[in-house]
Write a protein that binds this ligand. Structure first.
Ligand SMILES: Cc1ncc(COP(=O)(O)O)c(C=O)c1O
Length: 346
């Protein structure tokens, strides 16, 4: 398999937009009159941001132990998902295969790009059977999207099953690791990039790093795949304020590790407290910053919580999640409030 052959010819042949600053390769410059920017502006926002996100990629490279040229930076990992569709899938011809239930944006990005999305139901305990996914592929399947730990079920997918897909499928395999920081004793698939040239790993700063509002996501892939994804993105996809804030936040890795440990502790605390409640049927094991809880009457519990000022995610209408609410792990005070509200539910 040659990854190049999987890409849309129009993208391979694309001459990317060349930014004003890319064209000049000389020494120090004091006066910038090349990009039709304004000379008036506070804190540098009158200037276009770095289209190559050099500082952020350098810092992420050290934290994630992934070479900087194997890192794509997006306006959230949602942007990376959309770009993967645009690089590999020809509208109204190709298809992708994904798991169900899973993160909704694979389906939305498929629909906006006019790509068929084939959903393969996970087992009842949300485990992955590689052969079921492989059986759903055909010669027009360009990408398999996996999410591990999976949203909304919360569980890690079996590594051996993912490896089976990576080594058998003759297309790209995306492993979305948005919640990876909440897993204990787990090695990210980013360590396998050299082994599998068809692997793309997604991660984000929206979860463990507490930066959902800032919008920064990553894709880790071979330098070639990253270079093609970079051709397709908007030149200035990550704004200056985000780049500056993220560069500062990335120095706080030690704090983030502490928050993640706390979240894992509170996840257990919440699960333990909910287990004995008479209307709770099942709490699914979670490797994420949320738990999926099966209730006797999910709609009623959902409405009760909303009426008491707490919003959770009602997943009861999602295939395989009948009766389920997805509850994010909040602070310990928020956790306690939810527990005491549910303990008073009749
Ligand atoms: C599995 C998964 N991937 C990606 C995302 C989106 O991440 P971002 O905020 O980086 O776009 C989410 C958000 O909820 C998610 O659950």
């Amino acid at each position: 398999m040659n990854v190049k052959d999987l890409m849309r010819p129009c993208i391979l042949n694309l001459a990317p937009y060349s930014t004003a600053r890319d064209e000049y390769k000389g020494g120090d410059i004091d006066i910038f009159l090349d990009a039709n920017e304004s000379p008036y502006g506070d804190g540098g926002v009158n200037r276009y941001p770095d289209p190559h996100h050099l500082l952020i990629r350098e810092k992420l490279s050290k934290i994630k132990k992934v070479a900087a040229n194997s890192i794509f930076i997006g306006n959230g990992s949602d942007e990376a998902i959309d770009i993967i569709f645009r690089v590999f899938c020809t509208p109204s011809k190709d298809n992708i295969v994904t798991i169900s239930p899973s993160y909704g944006m694979y389906k939305v990005s498929g629909a906006t790009n006019d790509i068929e999305v084939r959903e393969v139901q996970l087992e009842e305990d949300f485990s992955l059977v590689a052969d079921n996914l492989l059986a759903a592929t055909d010669s027009n399947t360009k990408v398999i999207f996996l999410c591990s730990p999976n949203n909304p079920s919360g569980n890690l997918l079996c590594k051996d099953e993912i490896c089976k897909i990576l080594s058998t499928f003759k297309g790209m395999v995306v492993v979305d690791e948005a919640y990876v920081d909440f897993c204990e004793n787990y090695t990210s698939f980013s360590k396998d990039l050299v082994k599998y040239e068809n692997l793309i790993v997604l991660q984000t700063l929206s979860k463990a790093w507490g930066l959902a509002g800032v919008r920064l996501g990553m894709a880790f892939a071979s330098p070639f795949v990253v270079s093609v994804m970079n051709k397709v993105k908007y030149p200035y996809n990550v704004n200056l304020l985000t780049q500056e804030r993220v560069a500062r936040e990335l120095d706080r890795e030690a704090d983030i590790k502490i928050y993640c440990k706390e979240t894992i502790f509170l996840r257990l605390d919440l699960s333990k407290a909910l287990k004995p409640l008479h209307f709770v049927e099942k709490i699914y094991p979670s490797d994420s910053n949320f738990i999926l809880v099966k209730m006797k009457d999910a709609d009623a519990v959902y409405n009760y919580l909303v009426n008491n000022g707490v919003i959770v995610r009602n997943r009861t209408n999602v295939a395989g999640c009948s009766g389920c609410l997805r509850i994010s792990i909040g602070s310990s005070i928020q956790n306690r409030e939810v527990i005491s509200l549910l303990e008073s539910y009749i």
